[in-house]
Design a protein around this ligand. Sequence first.
Ligand SMILES: *Cc1c(COP(=O)(O)O)cnc(C)c1O
Length: 360
Amino acid sequence: MNRINVTKSFLPPKEEYEKMLERVWQSEWLTNNGPLLVELETTLQKKLDLPYFAITSNGTIAIQLAIKALNLSGEIITTPFSYCATTTSILWENLKPVFVDIREDDLNINADLVEAAITDKTSAILATHVYGNPCDVEKLESIGKKYGIKIIYDAAHAFGVEYKGKPLLSYGDMSTCSFHATKVFHTVEGGCVVCHDKELFERVKLMRSFGHVQDDYYLAGVNGKNSEFHAAMGLVNLGHLDSIIAGRKAIFGIYDQTLNWNKLYKPTEVATDLKYNYAYYPIVLEDEDTTLRVIKALQAENIYPRRYFYPTLNTLQYVPETYYCPVSESVSPRVISLPLYPDLDHGIVNKIAEIINAQL
Ligand SMILES: *Cc1c(COP(=O)(O)O)cnc(C)c1O
């Protein structure tokens, strides 16, 4: 059997991409906010009904730009259960990550524990909508208002998710997303920053392009732009988004029906009024031994799930202080994401569930 990975990047029909590229050869404009990039940016901004939307070269630089544009200082409260980019973006800006533990049900930051971690140095909360399930955005927003601190969401998993009738990307002072090849919607490499304030938006755009406009140099920026080739992939892939999500949903349903739920659980959406994007299929097993046994049994059949997220970020050796996050430390060694992509054969999905059940 061919190797089955946790994900497989979506590739549109080649002709569609080639057709889009004809426009690049016509314009002879390859990067620096060319016509395709602007078209993708405008299309997404309108489709998601967001006020200010800037495409970036990836989802990590998007978080870095958000932190920089908000001019944050001191400490940022964050989650230990995310991809390392959430933590490293804070460290990269020479700020201090302060880890607050997660909830056991949806594995998002536990908003009830946030207030106790706020000090006079806290400037923001950077939380991840893990697997595309919304954080407790209402509670976090009220904490942000009460203490005058900013809320940033790493919404890298959240493209296509709607919460209470609004895109999840629209919550917080700022949200960032990733359009990396492995995500639900991708531009090969790419990402975006969302905000709700014109001045902030202008600063993000300036910082994204080295901090200068032609011969006027305003600030020390960075290169966070994206290219026409990436935008072309995004414009083509947008046309396939509905069928990508539908294909994922079908596989979701099979896992839901076939896994032995007495011995494991799925981090689920606590939030109601949710339109989900079926970004990941994580399961939490009973203990780490079972987890490693399940991984081994799957690998023996050339199936490669991913320990996502492992390890818990508060334990990374470059985190300067020790934080105790018992829930994240308990869950992280026993969570795996199962293969999930639209053209994954349904027979194989059943087989994956059988292999897992046999090890429980
Ligand atoms: C993918 C991802 C990122 C990084 O995005 P890139 O586009 O790969 O830089 C950041 N945070 C989370 C939670 C992610 O899953």
